[in-house]
Design a protein around this ligand. Structure first.
Ligand SMILES: [Fe+2]
Length: 247
């Protein structure tokens, strides 16, 4: 009886994320945004990523004028605390920090001043309003490129006003902006509309990077479940993802 019960359980995923190796979008610095609040939570998230096969984490706290006024200093201080705790607990995982910039009125000033927290060789992760397409979107992409940086739009599948518009996604990509999918969008974690847009973006070969956008352990659970999806398997085995250039 117990044997039969065991067999009916969902099987463990056969693959993990070691093929892409690097996660470039998450909220694991303790107490600086809506992600991990304590260093214990941060360590739990890092450990979950290690279990999923990741070899390096570039974590990206929000920088937003209204809500999260993080600076290089607040982020790097938090990173030091996290790194020290990882060493203390003997958890071997390289963790670096960059940021997820919100495209608000203060972003342009930050861009002009320079000293933005970038990923790898000059990639700049940014997010936009969940309500309206920013009127200055394409102008901002040009400005980022003019500074010698490479813009990455975080989770394009999550902006409701974009989800029915493959043309708009193509236009953003053709403007020289990279697209980063939240892997768990494919599980339906954020709802059906986001899931459908995520599937279309993957099927039309528009995705450059995938990432966890991990804030808490519920996201880790969804990420583990995502490994059972055929489209995630395709992304991990037969797709031109660029995550590994960040190793
Ligand atoms: Fe994020």
């Amino acid at each position: 009886m117990f044997g039969l019960f065991k067999k009916s359980q969902p099987s463990e995923p056969q693959i993990d994320f070691s093929g892409i190796a690097v996660d470039l979008h998450s909220h694991m610095i303790p107490g600086v945004d809506d992600g991990a609040q304590t260093v214990e939570e941060s360590v739990a998230l890092v450990s979950a990523m290690k279990d999923l096969g990741f070899q390096k984490i570039i974590t990206t706290p929000h920088i937003m004028a209204d809500y999260y006024r993080n600076t290089r200093d607040t982020i790097e201080r938090g990173l030091d605390i996290l790194r020290e705790e990882l060493i203390r607990q003997n958890i071997n995982m390289p963790v670096e920090a960059a940021a997820e910039y919100y495209l608000d009125e203060s972003f342009d000033t930050k861009l002009q001043k320079g000293d933005l927290m970038t990923i790898g060789d000059g990639f700049l992760l940014f997010e936009i309003s969940f309500v309206n397409f920013p009127t200055n979107m394409f102008e901002t992409i040009e400005r980022i490129k003019d500074k010698g940086l490479k813009p990455i739009l975080a989770h394009p599948e999550r902006y409701p006003y974009l989800t029915d518009s493959l043309d708009k996604y193509r236009q953003i990509k053709e403007s020289g902006c990279y697209l980063q999918l939240n892997t768990i969008s494919l599980t339906g974690y954020y709802g059906k509309g986001t899931q459908k847009a995520a599937e279309e973006l993957v099927n039309n070969m528009l995705i450059d990077f995938i990432a966890s956008d991990m804030h808490h352990l519920k996201h880790a659970g969804a990420l583990k479940r995502s490994l059972n999806l055929p489209l995630v398997r395709t992304l991990l085995t037969d797709y031109q993802l660029q995550n590994t250039i960040l190793l």
